[in-house]
Write a protein that binds this ligand. Sequence first.
Ligand code: AMP
Length: 421
Amino acid sequence: MKVESVRGMRDILPEEAGLWQKLENEIRSVFSLYGYREIRLPLLELAELFSRTVGEATDIVHKEMYVFPDKKGQMLALRPEATASVVRAYIEHGLYAKGDLAKLYYIGPMFRYEKPQRGRQRQFHQYGVEALGSLDPALDAEVIDLAWHLMERVGLSREGLFLRLNSIGCREDRPLYREALRSYFSGQKEKLCLDCQRRLEENPLRILDCKEPQCQGAITGAPKSLDYLCEKCREHFEELLSILRDLGLSYELDPRLVRGIDYYTRTVFELCSRELGAQDALLGGGRYDDLVELLGGPPTPGVGFAGGMERLVLVLSQNRPVDAEAPDLDVYLVPIGEEGRRKALEILASLRRLGIATDLDYMGRSLRKVMSVAARRARYALLLGPDELSQGKVNLKDLRSGTSSTLPLPEFLARPRDFLS
Ligand code: AMP
């Protein structure tokens, strides 16, 4: 057996995990500012949950989903996205019963069997919000504002970002638009890839997602969903645009944006980076006003977005070089001689209980080596030499300035923070 990870699945090593933790904290804190609360969902769901909602004709379900039978033959899927799971949980636990808007967020791994490339993996991580219970276009605007705000908060500039926006109408508009697409693409069938020829029968909207170069010519001239909106959907979209303008959030109307998933209705959007190349979408989302009902819940509109952690890490680390590793410990204990080591084990346990991040050498290294590890890992070294210890004292060395001072050990242990800046 080769000892290696599965293709498309990466380890995030401690050097990188620091940035991930920082981002996750920022994400949680911005989501909380807007009143969203966390929901934690299983990674496995019934495969049918996704085929019914994301859609049979989508790439996600048709080509990319990890599906397998469990020991009883029940077909399960590793979740390729989380909106369907959020809605499943919303219905299963009767969250609608409170009659309130449910504002939920999640962060976690998703799985899609895609061709791995820069910014595209088979296990990737998404953070996302879902607001269930209101049709108000102000809520679409809030979700979009949240997306902009979050990207700025983690350190991206507005100038480096742009918002693609479209409306694909409601279920009443859909048959009309689908027929317009079907009749248009039927005339160009020989120019389409084999997948798109299948999509033409199953769901011609999905042709607009196709990335094959040979299909792009036909897609460019396709009918636009904005021309097929009913009065209500048009008003909803106009109102959203007007709120976005009031909030000073810029957008680009993109008639080709349909977002690769069947459950979307009305608003769809992507917030993209000018610095990412082909996979430029940092996050994407939209409305899904029929999804709760489709899964057997009461008619309940919803809107949300999901963003990719890997892409965020990618733009952030290409913008600024990753900081030289900062010390992760407050104190490194440096015992000298056997007696020092016994004392060090006691001090180690006490300092940790006082909330001071502390470690020592377990590798039997020389004093010189231990000091160089200490300099890399910690702000201070606490030297326990036999002479000082016999007088109940220790030597605290500031590893940044190089200065050191001798202190009574009981005093240091009583209030260590007073001695550590
Ligand atoms: P989607 O669920 O397809 O709307 O994707 C939402 C966001 O998740 C995208 O904008 C990306 O940032 C991210 N994403 C989707 N698929 C992948 C993938 N295979 N690898 C890395 N990030 C992804």
